[in-house]
Design a protein around this ligand. Structure first.
Ligand code: PXP
Length: 239
């Protein structure tokens, strides 16, 4: 199973102060050095974290395949066609949400999605649909011609421990069915070290896309060194 690291929240820190650092490109290079298999970035319509220029630089200047998450809107599809990332993951997007809530309504937006899948696929981009664990939706993704689905693990990951078994069962059944249909199956959203054990029970997973928990963890992994470095810099003070 492969790991795609979502580096959106490195850009969140940068946008919070309008600085040029921390640069998601530097983060991607560190992820590659650490053994990650891919980089994911979500170019949201409101540009709250990742910016257009980040996407071009992430495609050209770091070694891992880029998975561009995006809503099915014309202006972003145009950017995808110009950047040509290895993969595009189509996600639903609402302006006010904190993060992607729920999977795509594939049946409800079938015709619009079909056109986008076709034009991205024709450009040689692997197209993935971010979807809830639901068998009918897997069939619709197959009918769309999308080669890949990303199962939304958020409901499972955010659930109370006593509600998790049924949600995990749904993910397992859906992953099996998607695999039988010949779809490549990825999974992501809300995965952290505490809930990873359950996620590992889902069969046929090609890639886990994980962002927030890794970037949060890296703050504490690096904080001691960052304080020590600042203290060392302050040694030169002569009063
Ligand atoms: N996959 C998709 C399609 C997402 O929208 C996100 C969040 O941007 C992730 C994976 C990563 O989720 P998290 O940041 O909770 O690990």
């Amino acid at each position: 199973m492969k790991l795609g690291v979502n580096i959106d929240h490195v850009a969140t820190l940068r946008q919070a102060r309008g600085t040029v650092y921390p640069d998601p490109l530097d983060a991607a290079i560190i992820c590659a050095r650490a053994g990650a298999h891919g980089i994911t970035a979500h170019l949201r319509e409101d540009r709250r974290h990742i910016q257009d220029d980040d996407i071009y630089r992430l495609k050209e200047l770091q070694p891992l395949p880029l998975n561009l998450e995006m809503a099915n809107v014309e202006s972003i599809v145009e950017i995808a066609l110009s950047v040509k990332p290895a993969e595009v993951c189509i996600v639903p997007e609402k302006r006010q949400e904190l993060t992607t809530e729920g999977g795509l309504d594939v049946l409800g937006h079938f015709e619009a999605l079909k056109d986008t899948v076709e034009c991205l696929s024709d450009a040689g981009i692997e197209v993935s649909m971010f979807v809830d664990a639901d068998i009918e939706t897997m069939v619709a993704c197959k009918d769309l011609g999308a080669p890949t689905v990303e199962l939304h693990t958020g409901s499972y990951c955010d659930a109370e421990p006593n509600e998790r078994a049924i949600l995990l069962e749904q993910l397992i059944k859906t992953a099996d069915h998607a695999h039988e249909l010949g779809l490549k199956v990825n999974a992501g959203h809300g995965i952290n070290m505490e809930n990873l054990g359950g996620i590992l029970c889902i069969p046929n997973i090609d890639t886990l896309n994980i962002g927030h928990s890794i970037i949060c963890r890296s703050v504490f992994e690096g904080l001691e060194g960052a304080v020590a470095e600042m203290l060392e810099g302050m040694q030169d003070y002569e009063g």
